[in-house]
Structures are given as structure tokens and as C-alpha cells.
Design a protein around this ligand. Sequence first.
Ligand code: FAD
Length: 504
Amino acid sequence: MKRRFLYGFTLSGLLLGAVLLRPGAHLIQAIRHDEHNLPAAASGYADDVSRLNQTRMDTIVPVAADTAQALRQLRGLLAQARTRHLPVSIAGARHSMGGHTIAPGGMQVNMRPFRHMRLDIVSGTLTVGAGALWADIIPYLNRHGRAISTMQSDNAFSVGGSISVNCHGWQHNRPPIAATVQAFRLLKADGAVVTCSRQQNAELFGLVLGGYGLFGILLDVQLQTVPNEVYSYHRVPVPAAGYDAAYRRHVDQNPQARMVYGRLNVNREQFLEHATLNYFAYERPATRQQPLTDPGFAATKRAVFLSSKEDDYGKELRWNAEQLFSRLMVGQEVSRNQIMNENPELYLNQSAGRTDILHEYFIPRRQFYRFVQQLQRIVPRHQTNLLNVTIRNVYRDEDTFMRYADEEMFAFVMFFDQPATAEADQQMQPLTQELTAAALQLGGTYYLPYRLHATPAQLRTAYPMADAFFQKKLQYDPQEVFQNYFYQRYKPQPVPAAVAQATH
Ligand SMILES: Cc1cc2nc3c(=O)[nH]c(=O)nc-3n(C[C@H](O)[C@H](O)[C@H](O)COP(=O)(O)OP(=O)(O)OC[C@H]3O[C@@H](n4cnc5c(N)ncnc54)[C@H](O)[C@@H]3O)c2cc1C
């Protein structure tokens, strides 16, 4: 009897060992490849998180933390730029990926030190320096029982960068962040400071939100906040074809749903055929003592994510691990501030030879599954390593000039791993253009802070107001003081004299 038990026990142990051997070995391999050897930025050069834009600059200036001092410093810098005919670009956390914070040979203002903040407890309005990161703001608001209304899915971004790209996140059934901006102060190219809101300088207000730093330097911003709350976490596995119906049932018809994201499987077998709908439902208000904790299981989450870079088995492993353990990882209940306080370092590349590149396409909701089918057709034809597809919804944007959402959209956020080389970047261009064309054909748009691979014609189809936007830019900044790679690539190009003559 005893011996039979011993045999059974040993056999189960061996079987369990055999089952765990492959995933264990895979995770160890992923951890070994996680080299943490990113080179330090070369002195006198600027780059962004893509590490594909290293550019020689004339000057890189960290702004002073004190408002009066910063204003004096920035006015001096603008005067110098005008005299020396140098372009000025503005940098927050530099998580845009197409040189949006860089104008070659110019002056770059690093806004990060400018991070003062004050909450009006009665109105819930936060006045904050444009260089502050969400990671600075969330703990501050948490102490007052308040939370950000709309932001990205992670905390590593600056306020100025976030509103200049008009970001959005998991806060469902909301327009992008612009809807939560009440006012801001802007330092213009001529050195004047203006306050912009829906009542004051309304045109400039709409141009600066989503305006990629082309109209001036955002100094401080008034943001509407919301109460911090406690949510329960729910996860619904569905076929991708049934995602919209599941969304209708679990989210649209659920007044308690507060934050939502979807995920599609990326392993080759049954590519994008499965989805999970993840939502956080309101349970009760958070107390002011609701602590913010370090995210649990950080090393395990990173190892599982990195294993999906390795090969298809790793992608399947990650998908299965998320199916089995996500409830354990998130916990039964979690506060809004805790969810939004995740740092992307948890999954961002740290190895010198590689980089992570994001794409994002906004698709009218009724076309959701047709776009999934297009992705299934297009992506496997290209040599890529697609790690992740997340789905969010975003409501119509009523506030910005360069709008990406004229109706409710489902946003497809795609995350690619690739070598950090110009050749690999070039190889991704046809894929990006094909995906952009597919989005445009379905009445969708694409997000602008990533690689500048879309053609100028695609930009103008996605953003029919683009030429008017660039004209307004010249009206407010006739000397083109504020520039970046995005502006230089897409602004209307002068027609060559020979072509102009021939058309007369
Ligand atoms: C890992 C990762 C995850 C992401 N997740 C999301 C997401 O969930 N949702 C989403 O919408 N986006 C997302 N993004 C894109 C990101 O939101 C944008 O890149 C955003 O700009 C990040 O803010 P930043 O501080 O890094 O801006 P930066 O990259 O520093 O700047 C972006 C633009 O804003 C301008 N700018 C910055 N500060 C100022 C200022 N003070 N005055 C005037 N102009 C200024 C810059 O000149 C530039 O044109 C993600 C990016 C990465 C890398």
C-alpha cells in the first residue's frame, strides 16, 4: 500500500516536472536574453524611446523647475532661436517614436523638471506643470482620494506630451484626454504667454491639444480629475468574431463598467481568432487611505511577456498564462489609481540590439471584425514579430483640430519587437502602409505619435484637416520656430519650380 503510494507520488512528480519543464526552460531562456544593456544617450544627441532617431542637436536644455525662472529661461531661448534661425523642439518623456520631440540641429527643451502641482479640493481641478509624469501625479491625487480621468494605460508619460498627442487609454466610453483639459498656459514663439480654454483663445486651444508641440510650449495645464474608486476585475474569453457582441453585453449594458480593454491572441495557430474582454466594474468609493502598492509578480510578468518574443511557443505560453492566472495577478479588487500606476518598464525592451515599436489604428466600431480579418490577411505575409494586440474604445472627440475619432472607434494597439536598425525599420514601412490603407478603407484612422511610415497622402486621407492645420501653424508661428521630424515630413512641400512652370 505504502509502496503503491510512493510510486504514485513519484510518477505524479515526474509528470508535473515534465509538464513544467518546457515552460520553465522557456522562461529561463527569455530571462537570459533580457540583457539590460541599453547604451547611454550620446552627449549632444537627442533620441526617443524607439532608439531609431539619434540626432545631433545644437543645444539640449532642461527647463528650470521654478515658474518665473523657467519663463525667463524659455523666453531667452526662444529669442536666441529666432536670431540664430534654429528650430526648437519640446520633449516630455520622449515616448513618441517618430522624432516628434526632435528637430535636427536645433534646440530641444526638456520639460521634465517643470512638475509643480496643486489640487483644488472643491472643484477637483488639478493644476500641473507640463513636465510632470502620471507617475508623479497619481500618488499625489491618491492622497486626496482623486484620480486621473483619462490617460494612457501606463504611468510613464508627461502631461505636456499626453495632451500634445491627445492620448487615450482603458477609461471606456470616453473621448480622448482633450475632453478633460479645462485650460492651459502656452508660451508662444514670440515669447507671449496666453491662457487657452474653450472660452479664451478657443481656436488655439483646439490646435495645441493633439498639436505635437508645433504651436508653443505648454507651461501648466488644468485637468479635471475624478474620484478614486475600487473596482472588481472580470475577464470574458470570446471568439474575436463575437467581441463586439460580448462588449455590448458586458460593457455597454453594464452601468458599473469603468475601465475596459480587449486582447487578441497572436500565436500563429488560429492567429487573432480568440479574444479576451477584460473589464473593471465599480464596487465602492476608495478611501483616502487606499494604499498604492508595488505591482505584484513584476519579475514573473516580465519573464512571461519576454518569452513571447522568443518564438510561437512563447506566445502561446503567454496567452495560456494570461487565461489561467490573470485573475490572480490583478487580484479580486483593485483601485483605479493602482490600475493606472503601472510602469511600462515591466514589458519594454532593455536589450541594446532590439526595440519595441507601437502601431495604432482607430476603426469605426461596426467595422471591428472586418479589420481583424484584414490583420489576419496582412500581418502573416510580412516578416514581423507581433507581440501584442490590445483593443480599447474611444468616443468622438469634440475638442481637437487634428482629430482621430469622429465617431466611436475601437483602437487596435499593436506592439512589434524588431532589431534596432535602420534596415529593420525600413522593412516595417510596407507593412505599416498596408495596415494604414486597410484602416482607411474601413473609414478608420491611425495614431500619429509612432513611426512616420504613412505616406503624406495617407496622412491627408486619415486627417482631412491636415493642410488647414499646417496653415494655422504658419499663422501662429510664421518663422516656424517650433519644429520636429513629424512636421518636417508632413508639412506641405513647396512645388519644385520646374513642375510649377510646367503646370502653368
Ligand atoms: C510603451 C508605450 C505605451 C503607450 N501607451 C499609450 C496609450 O495607452 N495611449 C496612448 O494614447 N498613447 C500611448 N503611447 C503613446 C504616448 O502616449 C505618446 O507618445 C505620448 O506623447 C507620451 O507622452 P510623452 O511625455 O512621452 O511625450 P513626448 O514623446 O515627450 O512628446 C510627444 C509630443 O508632445 C510634444 N510635447 C511634449 N511636451 C510638451 C509641452 N510641454 N508643450 C508642447 N508640446 C509638448 C512633443 O514636442 C511631441 O511632439 C504609448 C507609448 C509607449 C512607448
